[in-house]
Write a protein that binds this ligand. Sequence first.
Ligand code: ADP
Ligand code: MG
Length: 329
Amino acid sequence: AAEASRGRGASGLLSDIQTTISSDAFTDHYTLIPGKELGRGKFAVVRKCVEKCTGHEYAAKFMRKRRKGQDCRMEIIHEIAVLELATASHRVVNLHQVYEMASEMVLVLEFAAGGEIFNQCVSDEEDEAFSEEDVKRLMRQILEGVSFLHQNNVVHLDLKPQNILLTSSSPLGDIKIVDFGLSRMVSSHQELREIMGTPEYVAPEVLNYEPISTATDMWSAGVLAYVMLTGISPFLGENKQETFLNISQLNVSYSEEELQQPDRTALSFIQTLLRKQPQDRATAEQCLKHPWLQFSEVQEPQTAVEEQQASSSTSSSTSSSTSSPEPAS
Ligand code: ADP
Ligand code: MG
């Protein structure tokens, strides 16, 4: 009964929301920016808009209530409920308002002006691609968000570069996790097994129809770190079958030069996540303590003081501003 009153069904979907669903015409309150489609998925179109009474910019996610002949309003309500639950985290996109029409619902979301990290992951331009310091900072933020979700028993199940947005692209801002369309509540007494997610980022247990857990997201976090560092999707094959085979056989190359820095901490980080057995993978909290993600002198002066005093005596200004490997002495 307690479970039911909290609105958590066997399917891992939440059904209670606080947000008022407005039946006003969306366009009475917002102006859609013409030609500004921010993105689209299978059942949603996201468009930039401006709230008339404030002039503030938002991203409006238009979601069809019927998909493949099925009523999916429950799933949209769940997505709203998860966004509400995550308002306490800066790493998750904020939900401003919700509108409902005959066949659609509109989630008015905080606008992430920097777009998907995907664009910078795959960029060929040297100056557009992330530096290792960027990747570390963004990865830390992603893990903070994921840690928050997991502490609240939410698994995202679709962590990928298209669902990690940036508040600004240059200068590089902060990340916002979006798209809780596949997210679920995990509980200790209900097993969750569902085929879903995006082939390239999906964990072995999902392919094998084995139980899904917070560790399922941690696999995807490992794939994310790999892609952000190298620009290469580690398991992507010529087709879905090949991708799935690569994942289930853990067929991944660690020979990329970005993973071969002298201390190999990035490599070690990724290897704590890309493990076949979910229980062998690091948790989000453990990842945040991994040596690779510890603050460098340049970024966090206050944490570097002790290190600096311990390691060098006089050369305070010579600490490098990049992570490029120093010639071995
Ligand atoms: P879907 O469930 O269809 O994948 P998403 O929530 O992932 O929907 O949104 C689709 C795309 O729209 C995202 O990948 C992103 O490019 C863009 N988008 C979504 N939310 C925002 C936002 N708050 N600010 C800017 N762009 C967004
Ligand atoms: Mg998406």
